[in-house]
Design a protein around this ligand. Structure first.
Ligand code: SF4
Ligand code: SF4
Length: 700
């Protein structure tokens, strides 16, 4: 194999034509990917990472142009090539795995046909040969029964399976370069861990190279060999992965890593944050593009753009860096705060409970009378089954589990968006009707929800002030004058660290983080006792996520609110939650304090979830437990222990036949498993034998 880089961007600029003028999106970027290298490209939204990734395959939007630079693919410049010439390369030598797998699959064609078409076109295979190759590729991405899956249509597969299919398609022609554009962002952590293992193996087996675009620093740490950090359309740093995480020299990289959530001591600490927002294309600063948010910016930084330097640092590592002050950081004379800080306001959880829920149960799509008359076997979806929980004042209960675990259904029952079939809820020691229409205005004001996507929660035609005033009017029971409402609007904005000027803005004028702050302000309009936050940070960048998590902690301390915090991000849950419940297929399988749940002993399902978290330290190996297959459909709940079809610790027929008992691990830590606690402790200090098997589609 020769050492020629697979792809090289040299001094590359990309502009977009917007509102009749050209705006610079990528400025003088240089990047090299060598054979067998997995190169991470990280940065916040708007940093230009996806534009750069697509530019490397000369796959740009019609309103884009490349005014400067070269893109060398195995030494050959791609820029002068015509679209027809590029089509020869796309699909055969450079392939893309996109974030949205379903959007890239044709709904009208069977999976096998779609993969076969690529090898027929680019490798000249006959129809039967191409079909065999498609089945072989599905087998290589560890899909069980690949012959059957090849005959299915995309909508018949789960998200994880669809993503495996796009990987199979991308690798079917043995390309030299794979562009992976956030391919695991929409997947559960357990599926993500399996897909990352696949990438690692398949890229090496194919002797390919890859560019992995991601905002997830944990994934990049575990998968990549080298990392380039982008901000405002420019490269800030490019370093071997271990050095980037262990000795970051750029203030932006240092701040990004510091803002990652992690378990911290009690409620008294707050994550370091990066103030401000990333600049838009039209507002790029004249000097260093990071200067307005940089904690150590000098006057010079605002006037003079630092050069992208190829340096050798004091430890002898060769890197690219763009900062006037990297030498001071390298020799230790300049330090940037990276440890969680002590909070001004804090208060420990109270003793009394704000919410108690007992035996909640909900089933969707129950067989109707007509189905019974026609004897149609329609299976019901038992989404939440006999769930009880309680939440103390000024505390956070974290709720974790994969998609299909029932966590969102449970939250919606509590907030009244779904009416439970059975069970009881008490709010502030008073019975709360399961039916939203029977809840009093007082009860509604005590229970608020923050949704994952603030765009869905904010009316685009109302100003922020108007939206907050309406909520105050609707929920606050005492009569308030217009002046008092206006004062309360400003108070709420202040509460979420927004200035009064935001009252006149429309949602379209706000960044994602600002919108989520407005949604939180609205939830706090009537001083609720409990806020249900359903994945409130999962649509946000890392730097914005830390701001929102800190804000939630501050509000808990200042306003005395409690949270039910639902997230697939186990690191975010570990930062915020005092207690955690883990759900699987509508059941709670473990409950305890944050510390108990994240340590031995834990339920085998919790153990697998924790093992799948990509650790943002490349020297710490990711856990090795991988879950077989996917969460079964809630229409066909497995007998005995619901987790037995995937459990790496399964002990035998008892797991298939008998519902496991609750086991008391002490100090109100409970685990639902047939394995006694002492044995679980001994077992969890060893690796389970089971290895990941080909994944079968959960039947629906
Ligand atoms: S050049 Fe100045 S503003 Fe930019 S990252 Fe370095 S210290 Fe911060
Ligand atoms: S009861 Fe059996 S299958 Fe269920 S979690 Fe325990 S060991 Fe695994």
């Amino acid at each position: 194999m020769n050492d020629q880089p697979i792809i090289e961007a040299v001094d590359l600029c990309i502009d977009y034509r917007l509102n009749k003028r050209w705006l610079n999106a990528i400025q003088s970027v240089s990047l090299t990917i060598n054979p067998l290298e997995i190169h991470g490209l990280v940065g916040e939204s708007g940093s230009g990472k996806s534009t750069l990734a697509l530019a490397l395959m000369r796959y740009l939007a019609p309103n884009a142009r490349i005014p400067q630079g070269r893109i060398l693919f195995e030494g050959e410049d791609l820029i002068p090539k015509t679209t027809a010439e590029m089509r020869e390369i796309w699909g055969s030598q450079i392939n893309l795995v996109p974030q949205d797998a379903l959007a890239s699959l044709n709904p009208a064609y069977r999976i096998g046909e779609q993969i076969a078409e690529i090898t027929r076109l680019h490798k000249g295979l006959s129809k039967p040969e191409a079909w065999d190759r498609a089945v072989e590729m599905l087998r290589r991405v560890r899909i069980a029964d690949p012959e059957a899956v090849a005959r299915r249509h995309p909508h018949q597969l789960s998200g994880g399976m669809q993503q495996r299919v796009t990987i199979a398609m991308a690798l079917s022609t043995q390309p030299r370069l794979l562009i992976l554009d956030e391919p695991t962002t929409s997947l559960d952590v357990t599926t993500e861990a399996v897909i990352l293992d696949l990438f690692r193996d398949l890229i090496r087996d194919n002797e390919a190279a890859a560019l992995y675009v991601s905002h997830d620093l944990g994934v990049v740490a575990q998968l990549c060999d080298r990392v380039t950090v982008m901000y405002g359309g420019e490269v800030m740093a490019s370093t071997p992965v271990i050095e980037m995480y262990q000795r970051p020299l750029h203030p932006y990289t240092i701040s990004l890593l510091a803002s990652l959530p992690r378990p911290t001591e009690g409620a008294e600490t707050r994550l370091p944050t990066i103030d401000g927002v990333a600049p838009s294309l039209a507002e790029r600063p004249h000097g260093c593009v990071f200067a307005p948010r940089c904690p150590v910016a000098l006057d010079k930084c605002f006037d003079e753009k630092p050069p992208l330097e190829h340096i050798r640092d004091s430890a002898g590592t060769s890197r690219l860096i763009k900062c006037h002050r990297w030498r001071e950081i390298d020799d230790g004379t300049l330090a940037i705060a990276t440890t969680p800080v002590q909070a001004e306001a804090s208060a420990p959880p109270g003793q009394h409970y704000v919410l108690k829920a007992r035996d909640l149960d909900i089933t969707f799509e129950k067989p109707k009378l007509w189905d019974r008359i026609t004897r149609k076997q329609k299976k019901a979806v038992h989404a939440v089954d006999d769930v009880s929980l309680s939440i103390r004042a000024r505390s956070t209960l974290g709720l974790v589990g994969e998609s299909g675990s029932g966590k969102t259904s449970l939250a919606r029952i509590i907030v009244g968006l779904y009416t439970a079939d059975d069970g009881e809820i008490e709010l502030l020691d008073l019975p709360l009707s399961l039916d939203l229409h029977e809840r009093s205005r007082e009860a509604l004001s005590e229970l608020q929800m923050v949704f994952q996507n603030p765009n869905d929660a904010l009316n685009p035609y109302r100003t922020v002030g108007n939206a907050l005033a309406r909520t105050i009017n609707r929920l606050v029971t005492t009569d308030m004058s217009q002046a008092a409402i206006q004062r309360r609007v400003y108070e709420l904005l202040n509460l979420v660290r927004l200035t009064p000027q935001y009252a006149t803005r429309y949602p379209a004028e706000l960044s994602g983080g600002e919108k989520q702050r407005v949604a939180i302000a609205r939830a706090f309009a009537a001083n609720p006792a409990l806020v249900i936050a359903d994945e409130p940070t999962s649509a946000l960048d890392v730097s914005v996520q830390s701001v929102i998590l800190n804000l939630l902690k501050d509000l808990r301390a200042q306003e005395g609110a409690s949270y039910l915090f639902i997230s697939h991000n186990l690191s975010a849950v570990s930062y915020l939650a005092d207690w955690i419940i883990v759900m699987y297929l509508g059941h709670i399988v473990e409950e305890g304090t944050q510390e108990q749940v994240y340590n031995v002993p834990s339920h085998p399902y919790t153990e697998a979830l924790l093992s799948a978290i990509p650790n943002p330290d490349p020297t710490v190996e990711q856990g090795e437990i991988r879950l077989d297959g996917e969460v079964p459909s809630a229409r066909r709940i497995p007998s005995g222990c619901r987790f037995h079809t995937r459990c790496p610790r399964k002990i035998g027929a008892i797991c298939e036949d008998e519902t496991p008992p609750w086991r008391d691990a002490g100090d109100e830590h409970f685990i639902r498993c047939h394995i006694p606690i002492e044995e679980l402790i001994a077992l969890q200090q060893t690796k389970p034998d089971a290895q990941p098997q080909p994944v079968a589609q959960a039947e629906d």
